[in-house]
Design a protein around this ligand. Sequence first.
Ligand SMILES: Nc1ncnc2c1ncn2[C@@H]1O[C@H](COP(=O)(O)OP(=O)(O)OP(=O)(O)O)[C@@H](O)[C@H]1O
Ligand SMILES: [Mg+2]
Length: 481
Amino acid sequence: METIDRKNILLVDDHKPFRDSLTKILSGEGWQIFGANDGEEALEILRREIIHLILTDLKMPKMDGVELLKVAKTIRAEVEVILITGYGTVDTAVTAMKDGAFDYIQKPFKPREILKLVRKALEKQALVVENRMLQEKIKDFQRFDKIIGSSPAMKKVLEIVAQVAPSSATVLIQGESGTGKEVMAQAIHDMSPRVNKPFIKVSCAALPETLLEAELFGYERGAFTGAIARKEGRFELADGGTLFLDEIGEVSPTVQVKLLRVLQEGEFERLGGTKTIKADVRLVAATNVNLLEAVEKREFREDLFSRLNVITLNLPPLREREEDVPLLAYHFLEVFKIKNKKNIEGFKKEAMDVMLQYHWPRNVRQLENAIERAVVLARGESIIPEDLPPEILKAVFAEEENQGIILDDKRISIRLGTPMEEIERQVIEGTLKFSKGDKNIASKILGISSRTIYRKIEGEKEEKSKDEGEVIEGQGDELPK
Ligand SMILES: Nc1ncnc2c1ncn2[C@@H]1O[C@H](COP(=O)(O)OP(=O)(O)OP(=O)(O)O)[C@@H](O)[C@H]1O
Ligand SMILES: [Mg+2]
């Protein structure tokens, strides 16, 4: 995440004492300040240095603040500009907002006021830059069209895809719900020489056995009640292209046998028909159940499995590719802000932190839904934690609560706000573990008597059990009769 520390600010004002005092206030915050006496000098600096924010007086000789604003934006599109106005020029400043000024501030102002405004402008600037950087990263993956991901795990998958897509090899895609199995199947088709032929999808779980058979292989007139005309199956429709069999793990044994034959011989008959039909189809199958386990449980034919399992893509769950969360979040932000006609620059750091911490059980689809909701709800220029679904906030918050103290072998990490008593107890218990329960050694390490250790640990246990007794009783009394 971009932060607003270490940013460069260009201060333009022809009144040196004013410039000096403002420089003092701003550099106190750690920002580097460049000073310019007029617009021309300002532009010179702007061309030379990476400037994040310009604070400029409105009325100046040679070039006024509005003109400077316009030129500056052409030199450095992502620079933010705050106009400083004197009495009587507020109207001009208000108009300048349309030319892309971040805001204006009227002289005289208090240090607190200017600092607040500068911080806000720098935060926005950081968001814009971050957004652009991510957009560029996303472009790197444009050859995969709609697939976003630059985590090592996804890169590996995409490499395999790029390698196998041009062939006609059968591909088995495994992954939890919402990990992108379908987008991956589509990408394989799009990157293959079959791209101009059909991509046909069949959801195997959605149909009962006979219907699925009819759907896959087609039927002749009169094959079953209601078959009033001959119908081509999906295998025929996909001829020359790709057939995507979604949720292949749900296919019944009968259909499994028929699929095996198509895979082995590339031929089949329509239901109720005798004519053997050949189809040139590339098969991509997906499953969110572990097919190998299904084979072991004899729910799935081993021979069919090995025919499908020529090339296997294992899509990692989103929680195992944290790096992709910001990329995906910004990608979906772009999609939904256009759809909802909203002007949102990005995510507040706190919101991104929540998204990075969450475990996303329903993976990319869940993230996509969360962002859509956030875009609809957002009232500001960036998405804040409160815009995210409550179940996500709750889960992350609950996790944080439990992490008051994190223990490993020889270290503990303590969140601010953890009660002293809790800290003492954890340190003592940790040390006792280290001393293999020897209170004497522990007391030497900690520099307290072993009696104190006993009192803090054992005594506390007694106290606690007493306490708990009381609490339970108390609650019982409070229950409505
Ligand atoms: N890498 C990705 N880049 C961009 N969008 C993605 C990516 N992965 C998934 N998505 C999006 O997430 C949603 C879920 O993806 P998809 O339908 O492919 O998942 P799935 O694994 O088939 O899920 P299910 O098992 O529930 O059918 C889709 O809207 C898809 O566009
Ligand atoms: Mg799917």
